[in-house]
Structures are given as C-alpha cells and as structure tokens.
Design a protein around this ligand. Structure first.
Ligand code: CA
Ligand code: CA
Ligand code: CA
Length: 341
C-alpha cells in the first residue's frame, strides 16, 4: 500500500501542470493521437532547442541494463524498462533526469521487462520478456494507468515459454505483443469482463521458430491495415494484416537486417534498429506495409547497443541497453536524443 501511494504521488508531481487530453474511443483513438502529436510537434519546435541531448536513467549499484521505451506524446512523457529487475523509469521531454516510476525486483511479479507502449488514454503496457518462463505464477505482461495503478498483470495464454519482446497499439486501440519464441502475437484489451490476453495471430508454418530472438519490434502501417514485425535472428520483416492476422513476408530487397530489434515508422520511412550489429537500416515502406525499398544502412555508436527508439515531440529517443558491457554494465545510463541523424 505504501508503494502504491508513493507511486501515485510521484506520478502526480510529474504530471502537474499538464492538461489531461480528452479521451476518445475506438477507431478515432489513434487518429486523434496523431493529430494531437502533430499539434504538439508544431508547438514544441521552438522548445526543442532547450531540450536535453541525453536523459539520465536511475540504475542499480551493481549495474543496470535497459531495453524498451514508450512515449506519451500528449503528456510529453517517456517510459524506459529495466532488464535488470524490471523497474520502469519515467521522464519528460524537458528534464534531463528520469526517475524510477515503478519498482521492480518482484513488484507485481515483475523481475525483468522489455518493450513498452502507451495508448491514447495514457495507459502503459509492459512486455515481460522471459519473466514468466519457468515461473508459471509470474505474469508475462502488465498494464498500468498513467497514475501508476496496476490495471492488469496477465499470462500469455496457451504457451509456457512466451518471451514477450515488444508491443504496439493497433487500429482498434488494443495492445499487440510479439513473442520472440513461437511466432505469435497476443492481443491485450479491456472488455466488460475486464482485461484479458488472447492469442491473436499464430504464424507457425509461415514463420519458422529458430534459435535466438524471433519476433520483436512491431509498428502499425500508415494505413493501419497491418503491423510490420521484425524477426531479428533471421533478419526478416513480416506483415500481419490487422483484419485477421494473416501473415506474409515483406521483400526487403536483400537487405541485411540481422539483429533487427526495435522498429520506428514515421510516415513512409521505416527505421530498423539492429542492436548487436550496431547498425541502423532506414527504408521507405508502403502505406500498407506490404513492401519496402531504398534501404540504406549506417553504423550507430560503437560504444552503445541500441535496442529500440520512439519519437517524442518530433525527436527520436533511443535506448542504450548496455547489453555489450560484460560482466557488469556501468553508468551513466541514458536515453540518447537523435542518435544517428
Ligand atoms: Ca534494477
Ligand atoms: Ca526489443
Ligand atoms: Ca557502452
């Protein structure tokens, strides 16, 4: 109880002065969010000059690693997941120092965390990676309100070894989580019966499960007819139709996309962050997510292993995972703004 009160107070202080946007429903949600984001982008153009280049994250004394980032465009917030313990940190576009927002080390059954996203209402969805593997009593994912109230802690149904890697909001406002083991996507939404997770797409037979990380990064196509999903171990991109989960291969023109992790789509530009390759691939993607072309590659910072990134108020924020620092990572721990532009 003490923890929940403390979390709520921290959330209240972080959001003080930020007007809560009107919450819309159904298919209007994403459209309203995009319109709001565009408005904010314009409004914040001048403020960008004063924004920090890097955002410092809290870390453990013994060393921390990080993986996912979610953004709340309306409220100017970002959330970063910590692999080492499952803490969730939160910062604002303006402040150089992020703060621990949710505790880890077993809080709500969370010992580690991966991808994060935020829906139009400001609810925060957290993928648990291997949190539930070998621990059937532990959740695979969580949903929190923007005040830090636990809304749901769920298992991915029908599997004992789900490694939920990343998550995106769909055209219907629900959250879609990728599984890095079996080639599956789980849908999480609230109904009259409460929050639930269901197997939404199973691509077995089309997408082979091979050693390493299978499905990871996920983004919605511009026309909202599909998700584009990365398969890191094979370096492939897959299209999942939002209507029925039908899966098809995206022809990537022979591009090397091995270690594809996070995806970012801005209009018709798709960025593929290739974590351990320390490379970033950029390409044009069709509105329906069916094809890509004009693939270019560039090296990212050799001292960082970026896992994923999100746009916040017109600027890309990338997570340095510290995955390459062995045996123990050391600080400073940070999120980097515009790391490869
Ligand atoms: Ca920790
Ligand atoms: Ca990932
Ligand atoms: Ca480093």
């Amino acid at each position: 109880m003490k923890r929940i009160i403390a979390t709520a107070l921290a959330a209240a202080s972080l959001t003080a002065g930020i007007t809560t946007a009107t919450i819309t429903t159904g298919a209007d949600q994403a459209t309203a969010a995009e319109a709001s984001a565009a408005h904010l982008n314009g409004r914040n153009q001048e403020q960008n000059q004063g924004r920090p280049d890097r955002y410092l994250l809290p870390g453990d004394a013994a060393g921390s690693r990080f993986e996912g980032i979610g953004v709340d465009e309306r409220r100017g917030l970002f959330y970063v997941s910590e692999v080492t313990g499952g803490e969730i940190h939160r910062g604002t576009a303006r402040d150089a120092q992020a703060e621990e927002w949710l505790a880890g080390d077993g809080t709500d059954g969370r010992f580690t965390a991966r991808g994060i996203t935020v829906d139009a209402a400001g609810n925060v969805y957290i993928a648990g990676g291997p949190n539930g593997i070998g621990n059937p009593d532990r959740p695979d994912l969580w949903v929190y309100s923007q005040q830090g109230e636990l809304l749901a802690a769920l298992r991915a149904p029908g599997t004992a070894d789900a490694f939920l890697n990343d998550v995106a909001i769909g055209a219907d406002g629900a959250a879609y989580f990728t599984n890095s083991n079996d080639p599956q996507i789980f849908r999480v939404a609230q109904s009259a019966d409460g929050w639930s997770a269901e197997l939404w797409a199973d691509a077995a037979g089309t997408v082979d499960r091979v050693a390493g990380f299978n499905l990871g990064g996920i983004v919605l196509s511009a026309d909202r007819s599909a998700f584009v999903v990365a398969q890191g171990n094979t370096g492939q991109l897959w299209r999942f139709a939002t209507a029925d989960g039908a899966v098809s291969a995206i022809d990537t023109q022979g591009a090397d996309l091995v270690n594809a992790d996070g995806l970012v789509r801005q209009g018709n530009e798709l960025t593929v962050i290739r974590n351990f390759s320390k490379m970033v691939a950029t390409m044009r993607v069709s509105a329906d997510g069916d094809s890509v072309n004009r693939v270019t590659q560039q090296a990212s910072d050799p001292d960082r292993v970026y896992t994923t990134a999100k746009m916040l108020h017109g600027r890309l924020l990338a997570v340095d995972s510290k995955f390459d620092e062995q045996p123990a990572p050391s600080g400073p721990y940070d999120v980097v703004g515009s790391p490869w532009s």
